[in-house]
Design a binder for this molecule. Structure first.
Ligand code: NAP
Length: 343
């Protein structure tokens, strides 16, 4: 099959378009013909190499797949050839106790497709039948591919970890990021007031269209001062954080008393400064978040099927132009998800 893969870590130039062996479905597995695969910022970390994570090379990245079923292995009988599906980016082995408790991403055996296993920058992927989900024709292949990892992460952060409630105010960093575009929508669905940030004036209108109540251009004005001004000095109840050292210190100054900061990322670097005095005097909570469970993914897909969550596609590229797609993400030009068209 045709695929994009890396033989060594590095810049976008290490992404090679070529031929890789076809995967074969084993017992209980489904072979999916990939139609579209979305990029995540994770793909950049995978390409560059992650400290402490050994990725066997050559490796095919890509965690977000929409496609059609090609064939099934022994014992897998839920799907018919040609059926349209997406694949869960997070997977746990059968019988994992956290899986039964719908806490998949807490398991030490939790695996992400495209990180620990071969991903979707390819014509075919294999997945356990349990992690393959039928989807309707409501959205295009690119739109469905744009949903799973980022939609799941935003849902887990806001609903499960931060427990965002109606009437609360949330600051979502980077409305134009893959996860931010879903966080704005999910927070509105929950009945929250949504403040968000953008690094480029061209992202203001799309952020408002997603439902944001206020869009802060953080290169022009200090986001924490603006948040305090917009909330009458009180601060926000929740901060949806994934930027890292560039935002952490100021986040603590614009959280309300009893506020929660939920974080899933370190885009601007891995080490941030915390002024402990804000933490205790304002009785703040800092919560870590990692992907989510299959049960939560099912809820996110339900929301998309029902139209309360809209996939946000920035731009599509053909598979062979994956390096160009990576460059666009690294230049921070995207609003929403960049998607590779595979067939
Ligand atoms: N733990 C998890 O489960 C999980 C899951 C998904 C994502 N993540 C993490 O969440 C982060 C966002 O992921 P994504 O896929 O949504 O990314 P993305 O689509 O590439 O969006 C990143 C955006 O962040 C903003 N940004 C602010 N400061 C930045 C900086 N110093 N460098 C680069 N971008 C900066 C940029 O928008 P502006 O220029 O408009 O500010 C940029 O477009 C990544 O760190 C990713 O690894 C974690």
């Amino acid at each position: 099959m045709k695929a994009v893969f890396l033989r060594r870590h590095g810049g976008p130039e290490v992404l090679e378009y070529g031929v890789r062996p076809d995967p074969k479905p084993g017992p209980g597995e489904v072979l999916v013909s990939v139609r579209a695969c979305a990029l995540n910022h994770l793909d950049i970390w995978v390409r560059q190499g992650l400290p402490g994570v050994s990725i066997p090379l050559p490796h095919i990245p890509g965690s977000d797949v929409c496609g059609v079923v090609l064939s099934t292995g022994p014992g897998a009988g839920r799907f018919k050839r040609g059926q349209r599906v997406i694949v869960s980016p997070g997977q746990v082995p059968p019988g994992d106790p956290e899986g039964y408790a719908a806490r998949d991403s807490y398991s030490h055996r939790f695996r992400i497709m495209g990180l620990q296993t071969p991903g979707g920058y390819a014509e075919k992927v294999v997945a356990e039948e349990r992690f393959v989900v039928p989807v309707s024709s409501r959205w295009s292949d690119a739109e469905w591919a744009a949903l799973p990892l980022a939609g799941l992460t935003a849902y887990h952060m806001l609903v499960t970890r931060a427990g965002l409630r109606a009437g609360e105010t949330v600051l979502v960093h980077a409305a134009g990021s893959g996860i931010g575009a879903y966080a704005v929508q999910i927070a509105k669905t929950l009945g929250a007031t949504v403040l968000t940030t953008v690094g480029d004036p061209r992202k203001v209108t799309p952020a408002l269209k997603l439902g944001a109540d206020e869009v802060i251009q953080y290169r022009r004005e200090d986001f924490s001062e603006k948040v305090r001004a917009l909330t009458g000095g009180r601060g926000v109840d929740v901060i949806f954080e994934h930027i890292g050292p560039e935002t952490w210190p100021k986040n603590l100054t614009c959280l309300a008393r009893g506020g929660r900061m939920v974080t899933c990322g370190a885009t601007s670097g891995p080490k941030a400064e915390v002024d402990i005095r804000y933490l205790y005097s304002k009785q703040l909570s800092i919560l870590g978040s990692y992907m989510g469970s299959f049960a939560e993914l099912s809820r996110v897909i339900e929301m998309a099927e029902g139209g309360t969550l809209r996939p946000v596609v920035d731009r599509t590229y053909s598979l062979r132009r994956a390096a160009e797609a990576h460059r666009r993400m690294e230049s921070r030009a995207n609003f929403g998800k960049i998607v590779l068209r595979v067939r």
